[in-house]
Write a new protein. Structure first.
Length: 871
RNA sequence: GGGGGCAUAGCUCAGCUGGUUAGAGCGCUUGCUUGACAUGCAAGAGGUCGAUGGUUCGAGUCCAUUUGUUCCCACCA
């Protein structure tokens, strides 16, 4: 083995082996319990970022853990066509070549899109492999694959036939840049400093005017009424009369409607049903005409008169000028308000009435809410269930049609002769009603999330009744960020319930965002994104993986930093070198099974620590507390195994006693092997590479059984007793540092203790690790001679003659501080034990523990006091 | 307007259903070429767990109020 951890020398090689050996493949095995994870398919818009890296690492860790535990683990990978996002990118790319969608045509455009897909999907797969993802590549799915298309059509037609999909004219969010409608969740709001224009609308045939206030004056051309509150005494009498729209000089009625808030503004609202969702509702209530005044690209249409063809904002400017000239403009107030933007291109969306396809949500939402209420699905952490309820309870119908080309085309055909609307799973060649061949498919495609919603079952063969579907569905855990709960998680839940009659997964593990060092979102515009591949190249995939899991709590955002990865790289190096030490010592030796060797106290201690780590890691993993699991592994490996056990075992390894040497090497190998298995789900590469160098190892570690807690090896009492020995070592080291005594200088130790035999049995360890010549057991402090520093420990009192290094005053002060500490502890424990409530109500074990502690501290105080006296 | 999150060591954060003397990484101080590792070892300094009140035998942990910060949802034109 090399002297330092060098991930490049083995990561690619190991991944290739894993893949070729087929151990990522999940094949139905009825003797095993399935464990299914569906990878959230990354968009093919670009490459993976740190957020993906964390998401994938979490999934891989869980899947590897379950696989080692004996489950038939399926992690199904894929990529998403990301309809609008990809289309925007391709349009951008074409623009650079001087091309447009129109110039290349639908077929030409789709050809380009597929080329794009081939390039980027491939890149994503390569990145996933670099990370070590153990997914079943034989099942790699793209959301526009034939099997997904079949599922989409099946679902669309079923919902259509159940009247849960309908087509209608509604106010939707229109992106004038992407020239498509988008759903409510695709709109991002941000506060902007706009203006409030107050405009006079004269009441027909009078000199009195109503003052309306608007943030979008250009929609005035589409005003078909003015509303006042029916209870508003100021305006009540005018209801039923008309006002004259300025500029166009057209009369529109004054209607009474609750929508007009008497408290807000002037209490008069202009009603533009075609360009505002609330106005649309008012329009329905009062049977007002719906007049659309804008084109799809955000320019004004012919109804805007001389402003026809002008951009909406240009028109706004010019129109305000004109109103001013006409004397209709009363005032302009600054007004901060939330403005919606397209989540893909950032353009301000325009609420516009448009004929679109919708999914009726009412009936679908209810069971989806109950699935979570009834704990058929659990969110981790739980608080995200609230966010989910809140959204589901107020969900509006889902606009699913997009005026785009890249995506699943809506499976509806229109007959040009009889006007029939035909929704079918198979392409329609002739009208089933009149036989006409003059049929054309709907031009629009579906919202990309429509196919994503079916991901948990479309990937397993739905609508066919496949064996995979029966075995692997529903999935076990879905791992994703909180930012797509509405987009995706919610929609998978109601889709699974509606089409499979079962929830799509049991748990939803929610993680946060990976931010930059300063806590900012990583984004292209800020240029603060970090490429996972570069980090892998520099520090290794395992270092990155560990750093992404360490210290994260479910649902919380986390910060990425190079120094964190570096410290994880150091941990990898530590594991590497500890292993190198073990393996070097195995050479030429016969490594016996643990059951055949005699265990020393230190051996029992490390084995006990291992058992505790196995137990705690398993518990944490089962609760998806990956950060905690990592911490436990880290502490065990570094502190317990490397810093203590390996140092403890060195003198044994170099001793003449063959039996002892055999024991030590057996324990080293046993503990290391188990630790590697424990660590493997998080850091698969380095653990496997080392594992292959262990004596008696065969094949890859990833197919080995995950360690199980073994109560027979828990050695609780032995471990506790051994901590007493460690206390002696720590005490000697501390004294040396305090007195500026070089660690290499060997000191004599004297002890007053009742554990002579146990200490003798561990004498070698103490001498080596503490840097001491010998230990003498004495019966009183005087025997240690003058100038001895005293350390009062649980196992006994330690005297270290330090000769001229001891400063009596300093020693007194030191003992005084210790006395204060111990006295404080006594007061604390005493207070607890004198509390009748504690004695009667707290668990007995706790009370006993506290009493033992008190006794220990009292004894220590006595000893310290004696020592102070003798000084 | 509604709903969350966060506030713990100089910095970044853990701390699960309330129960050892509140932890880690990085940074800092001091000392170490101890035969796996200086990507290392040892010893240390550093915290009244944002504030106030409450529940409890016991609160960093639960409840209420409050301050700061941040996010999501809705939206009054």
């Amino acid at each position: 083995m090399e002297k330092t951890y060098n991930p490049k020398s083995f990561e690619d090689k190991l991944y290739k082996e894993w893949e070729e050996s087929g151990c990522f493949k999940a094949v139905r095995d009825d003797d095993k319990v399935p464990f299914t994870v569906m990878m959230p398919p990354p968009n093919i818009t670009g490459q993976l970022h740190m957020g993906h890296a964390m998401d994938e690492t979490m999934q891989d860790t869980i899947v590897r853990f379950k696989r080692m535990q004996g489950y038939c683990a399926l992690w199904l990978p894929g990529t998403d066509h990301a309809s609008i996002a990809t289309e925007v990118k391709i349009v951008e790319q074409m623009k650079k070549e001087g091309l447009s969608k129109e110039s290349v045509g639908r077929d030409g455009f789709l050809k380009r899109a597929w080329e794009w897909k081939d390039k980027y999907a491939g890149r994503i797969v390569d990145q996933l492999k670099k990370l070590g993802s153990s997914c079943d590549w034989s099942r790699l799915t793209f959301t526009m694959d034939e099997k997904c298309s079949r599922a989409v059509r099946e679902v669309f037609v079923n919902l259509y036939n159940k009247k849960l999909i309908y087509r209608g004219s509604r106010i939707i969010n229109w992106c004038p840049c992407c020239k498509t409608g988008i759903s409510d969740v695709e709109v991002e709001y941000s506060e902007e400093n706009g203006s409030f224009w107050h405009i006079k609308y004269f009441v027909e045939g009078t000199d009195t005017a109503l003052e309306v206030a608007t943030t979008r004056p250009e929609t005035m051309f589409g005003d078909t009424a003015v509303a006042v509150n029916p209870n508003d005494t100021r305006y009540k009498h005018l209801i039923g009369k008309n006002v004259i729209l300025p500029v166009v000089n057209k009369p529109v009625p004054i209607v009474g409607d609750e929508h007009a808030d008497m408290e807000f503004g002037t209490g008069v609202v202009k009603i533009t049903p075609a360009h505002d969702p609330n106005d649309f509702e008012v329009g329905l209530r009062h049977s007002l005409p719906v007049v659309r005044v804008m084109n799809d690209d955000g320019t004004m249409n012919s109804l805007a008169g001389k402003y026809e063809g002008m951009d909406r904002y240009e028109c706004r400017k010019k129109l305000v000028e004109e109103l001013k000239t006409l004397g209709n403009l009363v005032s302009i107030e600054p007004h901060a308000h939330n403005v919606g933007h397209c989540y893909r291109c950032g353009t301000t969306v325009e609420p516009i009435v448009s004929k679109q396809w919708f999914v009726k949500m009412e009936g679908l939402a209810r069971p989806a809410i109950h699935a979570v209420l009834d704990k058929k699905i659990s969110f981790v952490p739980e608080r995200f269930a609230k966010i989910y309820y809140n959204w589901m309870e107020n969900v509006k119908d889902w606009c699913i049609s997009r005026q785009l080309w890249w995506g699943h085309r809506i499976p509806v055909w229109y007959c040009g002769d009889c006007g029939a609307e035909i929704c079918a799973k198979e392409d329609v060649q002739a009208c089933p009603h009149c036989g006409s061949k003059n049929v054309a498919q709907d031009e629009d495609v579906l919202d990309t999330w429509f196919s994503s919603a079916l991901w948990p079952f479309s990937t397993l063969g739905y609508p066919d009744d496949t064996s995979d579907l029966e075995y692997f569905y529903p999935g076990d855990v879905l791992v994703t960020g909180y930012d797509i709960i509405f987009f995706w998680v919610a929609r998978m839940i109601f889709s699974g319930l509606e089409h499979m009659r079962k929830v799509p997964f049991r748990d939803v593990l929610i993680h946060g965002l990976v931010r930059d060092e300063k806590g900012r979102k990583m984004s292209k515009s800020l240029g603060n994104g970090v490429d996972p591949l570069e980090i892998i190249d520099k520090y290794g995939a395992d270092s990155l993986r560990f750093s992404l899991l360490q210290g994260v709590a479910p649902g919380n955002d986390t910060r990425y930093s190079d120094t964190k990865v570096e410290s994880c790289r150091n941990f990898m190096n530590k594991i590497w070198n500890a292993s190198r030490f073990v393996i070097m010592n195995c050479e030429g030796r016969n490594v016996k099974p643990l059951s055949e060797v005699k265990l020393l106290p230190a051996d029992k201690w490390i084995i006990a620590k291992l058992q505790a780590a196995v137990r705690d890691v398993t518990l944490a993993m089962n609760k998806f507390e990956l950060g905690i699991a990592c911490q436990i592994m880290y502490d065990f490996m570094w502190s317990d195994f490397c810093d203590w056990y390996i140092e403890l075992v060195k003198p044994v390894l170099y001793s003449e006693d063959v039996a002892k040497r055999d024991g030590a090497i057996s324990v080293l190998v046993f503990v290391l092997e188990n630790a590697l298995k424990l660590l493997h789900p998080v850091i698969p590469f380095v653990t496997d590479e080392i594992y292959r160098n262990l004596p008696n190892a065969s094949g890859t570690i990833m197919t080995k059984e995950f360690p199980r807690y073994n109560a027979k090896l828990a050695y609780k009492k032995d471990a506790q007793a051994f901590e007493g020995i460690m206390d002696v070592i720590k005490a000697v080291r501390a004294v040396k540092t305090e007195l500026d005594c070089p660690p290499s200088k060997k000191v004599n130790l004297y002890m007053v203790t009742e554990s002579k035999r146990f200490i003798s049995a561990n004498e070698e360890s103490i001498l080596k690790l503490a840097g001491a010549k010998d230990i003498k057991f004495i019966s009183s402090a005087e025997e240690a001679g003058e100038n001895a520093v005293t350390k009062v420990l649980a196992i006994g009192t330690l005297y270290i003659p330090m000769g001229e290094l001891v400063d009596l005053e300093k020693e007194k002060a030191r003992l005084q501080t210790e006395l204060e500490k111990v006295t404080a502890e006594i007061a604390r424990a005493d207070g607890k034990l004198n509390n009748t409530g504690f004695i009667s109500k707290a668990p007995k074990k706790l009370v006993d523990d506290e009493r033992a502690k008190l006794n220990k501290f009292i004894a220590m105080r006595e000893k310290i006091l004696n020592q102070l006296k003798s000084l």
